[in-house]
Design a protein around this ligand. Structure first.
Ligand SMILES: [Zn+2]
Length: 103
């Protein structure tokens, strides 16, 4: 794999995942704003502190929000992580609808 100052660390993972969050689907490539707001980063599906590896199969592109929602979860698989994040997003949406949205 080529690496250099002109590429992201893990550029090949960003390319594989098309600069989109693998948990929620947020597309980071459409505009600077969508990329900037998303704060896309590399997430270890199984965290390193739980024995997760740096292998490509344990790495996905994630937006900042999904990383925060994942928190300290130690998922058994990508699907497990996505389900947990979906649940938290659903709860956040309920809260938004009740307390934030302008009527
Ligand atoms: Zn996301």
């Amino acid at each position: 794999m080529a690496s250099g100052v002109d590429e992201y660390p893990y550029q090949h993972i960003f390319e594989r995942d098309k600069f989109s969050c693998q948990y929620c689907g947020w597309q980071g490539r459409g505009s600077f704003d969508s990329w900037h707001v998303a704060g896309l980063c590399i997430d270890h599906i199984v965290p390193r502190h739980a024995g997760g590896s740096d292998a490509d199969s344990n790495l996905v592109v994630s937006c900042r929000s999904c990383v925060e929602m994942k928190g300290r979860l130690t998922p058994a698989s990508f699907e497990h992580a996505r389900q947990e994040i979906d649940q938290k997003r659903w709860e956040a949406r309920e809260w938004f609808e009740k307390h934030v949205r302008v009527p």
